[in-house]
Design a binder for this molecule. Structure first.
Ligand SMILES: C[S@@+](CC[C@H](N)C(=O)[O-])C[C@H]1O[C@@H](n2cnc3c(N)ncnc32)[C@H](O)[C@@H]1O
Length: 217
């Protein structure tokens, strides 16, 4: 589940099923996760600065566009995915819909990017928030599994500001995910980092969680 070709095929097939574009949510729409995200976008490091947000493995989800639309403070939301098909579908969708953000200075863009190489696009300590809805789950279920997911976590910690947060939305049980996150964060040598979990809710009988990693608690 980490192969570009697999995801390209998935988004090509999903988009061919309906003539009009429809966002596809792997699980949980924005209304379920909004209250975990928007409170983290209420202060900025500098009065003129845009808050920098990354939706990592955005697919064709409405998550990134919803953050862009609803954030009261100005944000730059980068929606990134390894699948150029998903990226193209989203670029076209946003162009056609011409979304208006609550804050007129907010910006959004969609980029093809392998999240194992975040540092090729983002500088160290440059992002305020990274949201990951189902992407680490997909990486953990791939052949390279934990190794790849750990590499991505390391990249996230590198590009996040010390005041920033990584939110992973997932159905993985806290017994498993927390142990992995705590061990991986320690191995990265980020002694002040904190890891926490909150329940998002139960959807179609599956419980979803929000895991939060903060480089500097
Ligand atoms: C389970 S889907 C979740 C999509 C979306 N976040 C949602 O909630 O519907 C995982 C997404 O991660 C993307 N992905 C997989 N490996 C990736 C990688 N190495 N870098 C960036 N995106 C990746 C896939 O293309 C896919 O869109």
């Amino acid at each position: 589940m980490d192969k570009k070709s697999t995801w390209d095929r998935f988004y090509t097939e999903a988009s061919s099923r309906t003539p009009a574009f429809k966002n596809f949510e792997w699980f949980c729409g924005f209304s379920s996760v909004r209250d975990f995200i928007l409170p983290l976008l209420q202060t900025r490091s500098h009065p003129d600065a845009l808050l920098q947000v990354l939706d990592m493995g955005c697919g064709t989800s409405a998550l990134g566009p919803s953050i862009y639309r609803e954030s009261a403070l100005p944000v730059r939301v980068t929606c990134a995915d390894i699948s150029p098909v998903a990226v193209r579908l989203m670029q076209e969708h946003v162009r056609v819909e011409a979304f208006r953000p609550d804050n007129p200075s907010s910006q959004i863009d969609f980029v093809e990017l392998d999240c194992t190489q975040l540092d090729k696009r983002f500088g160290s300590n440059s992002l305020d928030l990274i949201v990951d809805k189902g992407t680490t789950d997909a990486l953990l279920r791939s052949k390279e599994g934990v190794g790849k997911a750990t590499l991505v976590l390391k990249q996230c910690l590198r590009v996040l500001r010390s005041s920033g947060s990584l939110l992973q939305f997932s159905d993985e049980d806290p017994d498993v995910r927390l142990l992995w996150l705590e061990t991986a964060v320690q191995e990265q040598g980020v002694p002040a980092a904190g890891v926490g979990v909150q329940e998002v809710g139960v959807l179609k009988g599956v419980c979803y969680y929000c895991y939060q990693v903060t480089p500097n608690m």
